[in-house]
Design a binder for this molecule. Structure first.
Ligand code: GLC
Length: 585
């Protein structure tokens, strides 16, 4: 990053010359819980957790004011605030939608919460990772490993902050999240995003930002990175989506709809949408991306239409639909969102899904088919199916593959995309069950000794050389190339709860608890079963810490799931059209 500053023209705007955005967001807005919210996803979601939110006492104004003071000194002990599951249980059991997930014995499902000693340690570490800007916490640092060179790990990453934010929301500390959302919003609109002579789209959100202290003038500035300093110089496509998803989580959790309704936030949503809904030469509804534009932020052969981005895109569109006001051009935008959701839904459910039956179909595909009657629409040559997939595919279960484009199916498993497909209800009910079945059937490969594999399997030998460009950090079974990432536990746990399989999450969390703290919370583990601490893994990686906390709190109180999960919306249910006839609509 430092070397890069010489090569690239970046124009950081000092935020101290910018006026603060309207801070008129009512502190009292949350008093109504979600009931007064116009974010009426309850109609669409099976999980109506809004009533449950009311059991949480709201902070008084004075309490809220003192929150930032407290958060600024994370070392101060704070009693762990967790709402006991018994407070919520009754409402939860009475919710018709929840019954389907409640078919295991009650004591098994909601054991009383005896925090593991790691839980308190994780909270302490999470508080230590807070980054302040002018006395207010605005995010968490990526890693606090003083033994390694910081590179950009001393920054606040948008995607990394998501589990931190969820932990704070679940602990009834929404102020930090609000500060972060507003800060990211201001970076989106007030920053000139330029690499050499080329300017990025207005809606782009930063991958990360850093607070710089100027002791001479006693001032603080924020430096953001939209990809112009990142290794590989890729803009993060996922940041804007995570921002929208987090804004909805904040609103859902606090009932404070005034934040999402602020003109600045509405504009922020519209800017992100206009970036990804713009018309071009695309023949697919999926979003065309450069390699390394998401959690996997180095070359790993995920260019094209990576499932991680498609699932986040879908989730963000669904969240935006709940928050965008129909005023002005909002109505037209909402119509475009709806159309895209339907097209995405059909495309991904049909073409990205792979199970035993579908693998057999692809194996027997005819090639060189022309016109609308083609079954093998993308002309995938069966010889391109890698050997491993025939053994990997269980009779029961399936998953969304990594990528689909002309003559190319990337058969690799990617954890984040599949979990988000469950949470956003991009997957049908049967597909959700299929993904969980696969995880159960292939536990040694996908969870192994340390949850969870980011991607499976690893690229090796010649393929590794060609696809990664000989990346020494992404050697086989390491880092993004088949490494195991503890942070993924929160997404996995959420998917387990949504599909009624909390026992799977519990088993995975036990694995984490056996090592994570002793190993000093590494960023990732290496090896086929994730047994070894990652070669270049940072220690005290914040999202490993926060991911654990979120998973624990969600298991303790499954109503938290409502923040990051949306039930199927009947309108976007896939139309039952034969694969060969979809060009007709
Ligand atoms: C690595 C990860 C990326 C993460 C960053 C900061 O580059 O690949 O997803 O955001 O570290 O933790």
């Amino acid at each position: 990053m430092r070397a890069a500053a010489k090569m690239f023209t970046v124009t950081p705007l000092s935020l101290d010359v910018l006026t603060e955005p309207v801070d008129h967001v009512s502190r009292k807005a949350g008093e109504n819980g979600c009931n007064g919210s116009t974010l009426h996803d309850n109609g669409n979601t099976g999980f109506d957790f809004s009533i449950l939110r009311e059991v949480r006492p709201r902070r008084s104004d004075s309490e809220e004011r003192s929150l930032s003071d407290f958060a600024a000194s994370p070392r101060l002990g704070r009693p762990l605030e967790t709402v006991r599951s018994s407070d919520c249980l009754e409402g939860l059991l009475n919710s018709p939608s929840m019954r389907s997930t409640l078919d295991t014995p009650r004591s098994e499902r909601f054991p009383s919460f005896e925090p593991h000693p790691m839980f308190a340690e994780a909270w302490e570490l999470l508080r230590k990772s807070l980054v302040n800007f002018r006395g207010r916490p605005v995010g968490t640092i990526a890693a606090s490993d003083h033994a390694e060179e910081a590179l950009n790990y001393d920054q606040v990453f948008v995607r990394d902050f998501v589990p931190s934010a969820l932990a704070f929301l679940m602990n009834n500390e929404p102020e930090i999240v609000k500060n972060f959302l507003l800060k990211a919003l201001r970076l989106q609109s007030n920053w000139e995003k330029r690499i050499d002579n080329f300017t990025l789209g207005k809606g782009a959100m930063p991958a990360s930002f850093k607070v710089l202290h100027d002791p001479l003038h006693n001032k603080e500035k924020i430096m953001a990175d939209f990809g112009e300093s990142a290794i590989g110089r890729v803009a993060p496509v996922d940041s804007g989506f995570w921002w929208i998803i987090l804004l909805r989580a904040y609103t859902k959790c606090t009932g404070d709809q005034t934040l999402a309704e602020m003109p600045d936030c509405q504009r922020g949503i519209r800017l992100v949408l206009s970036l990804c809904l713009s018309e071009g030469f695309d023949t697919f509804p999926t979003l065309l991306c450069a390699d390394g534009c998401c959690m996997i932020d180095r070359r790993m052969g995920i260019y094209g239409y990576p499932i991680e981005i498609q699932a986040l895109f879908y989730m963000a569109l669904r969240c935006a639909k709940l928050m965008l006001k129909p005023e002005g051009d909002g109505k037209e935008l909402l119509e475009r969102v709806e159309k895209r959701l339907q097209a995405l839904n059909y495309h991904i459910r049909s073409y990205f899904w792979l199970d035993f039956q579908q693998l057999n179909n692809v194996y027997r595909y005819k090639t060189e088919e022309y016109s609308h009657t083609a079954v093998n629409k993308f002309n995938v040559i069966p010889d391109s199916i890698p050997d491993w997939v025939f053994d990997f595919m269980p009779m029961k279960g399936g998953y969304f593959i990594g990528n689909v484009s002309p003559a190319r199916m990337d058969f690799r498993w990617f954890c984040l995309g599949n979990c988000v497909a469950i949470l956003s209800s991009l997957a049908t009910h049967e597909q959700e069950m299929g993904i969980m079945d696969l995880l159960e059937e292939r536990w040694p490969d996908l969870i192994g000794e340390m949850p969870l594999k980011i991607a499976y399997p690893a690229l090796e030998g010649h393929e590794w050389r060609i696809v990664t460009g000989c990346d020494p950090k992404n050697t086989r079974w390491s880092y993004h190339n088949g490494g195991s990432w503890p942070v993924l536990i929160w997404l996995f746990t959420a998917a387990c709860i949504k599909t009624g399989r909390p026992h799977m999450a519990r088993k995975a969390i036990e694995l984490l608890e056996s090592r994570l703290s002793n190993d000093h919370w590494p960023e990732y583990y290496d090896g086929t079963s994730g047994r070894y601490i990652g070669k270049q893994a940072r220690k005290y990686q914040t999202w490993s810490i926060a991911g654990y906390l979120v998973a624990k709190m969600m298991l303790e109180d499954p109503s938290h799931l409502g923040m990051i999960s949306i039930e199927d919306d009947r309108k976007t249910k896939s139309l039952n059209i034969p694969r060969s006839a979809s060009s007709m609509f």
